[in-house]
Design a protein around this ligand. Structure first.
Ligand code: GLU
Length: 280
């Protein structure tokens, strides 16, 4: 068994991250497996150097140790580019030239704009461009991202499912998040692509993470099938909420692991408050 904790070094760890790291570490240790650390640092506009060390120091304090040198996604851009190339060759991605404003206008003008769990989905404007139109725009240097063609992709990989240790077996709905961005205009990759490529690269057998990422797993299973990667088991654990029942954000300073370190709280007393990730 191999599990991982994959924080983004864009802020300090809070109690929710500590729980996510604890769940992954605990599962691996109980099965004599390996626990790995991955810095998801592709968004260079938000990453800050001091947070890498801060995260590792908080994990040491929590006594959560990793078994291989931490992976940095910023070192892996070539791997994401070749995965994107493979998807391009399959005809399962397309370039999208829309600006944010155009997408907003598009979703507002279509009465029956498709909706996902987080609001309107991309209406598919650029999916209908011809190959010549795409080539001309790219040749003219029009900035573009690359989107999953969810309909085309589902033809290549029909009848997928994923299994979650807490939430059971789920058929994959390729359209759940619509034609998501797999490579951003500015950084050439995006979360959904990078996480799938790296979970396979790090041979992660059990992907544990918060239930806020549950819907993303529909996209991730689809990408794994397209790219020929193995199917991991999932565990989407409950989220740690603040006193108002709202999920923690990096700005919740009072929930920062650093804050507990400084006020003399022990890691054990933090762990004792954590719900069981499977039954809790
Ligand atoms: N980097 C993501 C986060 O900080 C976690 C991604 C994952 O576990 O799949 O929320």
């Amino acid at each position: 068994m191999r599990t991982r904790f994959a924080p983004s070094p864009t802020g300090k760890l809070h109690l929710g991250h500590a729980y996510a790291a604890f769940v992954a570490h605990d599962l691996a240790r109980k099965h004599s497996g390996q626990f790995l650390l991955r810095h998801e640092d592709i968004d260079t506009t938000r990453v800050r150097e001091e947070f890498y060390g801060g995260i590792e120091s908080d994990l040491h304090w929590l006594d959560l140790s990793w078994d291989e040198p931490p992976l940095r996604q910023s070192d892996r851009l070539d791997a994401y580019a070749s995965a994107l190339e493979k998807l391009r060759n399959l005809g399962t991605v397309y370039p999208c030239f829309c600006t944010r404003r155009e997408i907003l206008a598009g979703t507002q003008s279509i009465l029956s704009a498709p909706h996902g769990p987080d609001g309107p989905l991309y209406p598919g404007t650029c999916r209908t461009l011809t190959a010549d139109e795409r080539d001309a725009k790219i040749a003219a240097g029009v900035p573009h991202c690359w989107r999953l063609d969810a309909a085309a992709a589902s033809e290549f990989a029909p009848h997928l499912k994923f299994t979650d240790l807490r939430l059971g077996e789920h058929p994959v709905n390729p359209q759940r998040l619509g034609d998501v961005v797999l490579a951003r205009k500015d950084i050439g990759t995006a979360y959904h692509l990078a996480v799938v490529v790296d979970d396979a690269f790090q041979k992660i057998t059990h992907v544990t993470r918060g239930e806020d990422l549950f819907e993303s797993t529909h996209v991730h299973r689809l990408l794994q099938a397209l790219l020929g990667f193995p199917e991991p088991v999932y565990l989407h654990h409950p989220l740690i909420l603040d006193e108002n029942g709202v999920r923690l954000a990096k700005r919740n300073e009072s929930m920062a692991v650093e804050h507990f370190r400084e006020n003399g709280t022990s890691p054990e007393s933090l762990f004792s408050q954590f719900p069981d990730p499977i039954s809790g």
